[in-house]
Design a protein around this ligand. Sequence first.
Ligand SMILES: [Zn+2]
Length: 353
Amino acid sequence: MAKLGYVLDDIFVEHIAPSGHPERPARAEAIRDALLAAGIAQRGSHIAPRPATDEELARVHAAGYLDDLSRIVPGNSGWLDADTYFSPGTWNAARAAAGSVAELATSVLSGALDEGIAVVRPPGHHATRDHAMGFCLLNNVAVAAAAARAAGAGKVAIVDWDVHHGNGTQDIFWDDPNVLYASVHQFPYYPGTGAASEIGGAHAKGATVNVGLPAGSTDADYAAVFDHVLVPALVKFAPDLILVSAGFDAFEHDPLAGMRVTRAGFGQMAKRLRAAAGALCAGRIVAVLEGGYDLEGLAGGMTEVLSAFTASAVMPATVALPQLDTLARAAIDGTLAAHADAGLAIPAAESAA
Ligand SMILES: [Zn+2]
């Protein structure tokens, strides 16, 4: 039986939101209750959270930024930008989020675990090297990718299906050919980045992949993006580990975004990545909570990830492009065109003909 490791701890509800803020402790509690009801304690091993070390954080964040955070945030309340609050428990939660995801990633890389799920707060993918933004202080998935690289992974892929573009993760690995950053997101939308033409820096052309979908995109649109862009990009890149920035704000009832993804749609994405991991890197995959502000979407979506990660890895049937809404089709075609001449050009899917 596969060894799933999961991080689920009350330290992440000690990051207390101001009244009415959508990034609130109830998000983690809703997922915890759903995963426990789905039997995660019988299907995997609980991994105790640990704080990220200074060395781990310094791999992806600027020294001056870390100094500022450690001076301003611990034990205090306030705001780092118009969206990003902190409470007295935030610093411990943020360090535990980054450290726990790094621990899962290195444990999966070493084979001590087969796959991982991290239910952590605050989220991370908007945090750049030197800026907190979009509810994010430390970039958890970036810290984990860098930890995996330091532990011997040649190449690490990050797939980000949060409805917002992960500008922070893209920024951190922009010119790194050994970390693939591949995102599908609502576009144009917050934070404004994530155009198809953003494909990586001079040393890493093609190692950044962006698919910006129009509002209203459905399960079939997302599945097609995975079939025709994201999975082919993973095959081309050949990672040693796949990290997933798993936000659930593309959910049909999410209050912050405009997509129409259902619970089953998240399951379809998770199955595709699980199957890709099985084919490419001995199944090594870790899903990390990012956004998602409807409790039903969060609970149902992460339960689908658990189901996909603990079932046998089978790639779902490909969604044919001709079935697609023209706007989603245009987004896919735009990304494929942007990568046509890049060093890591995405091979055209056979069914695209
Ligand atoms: Zn988001």
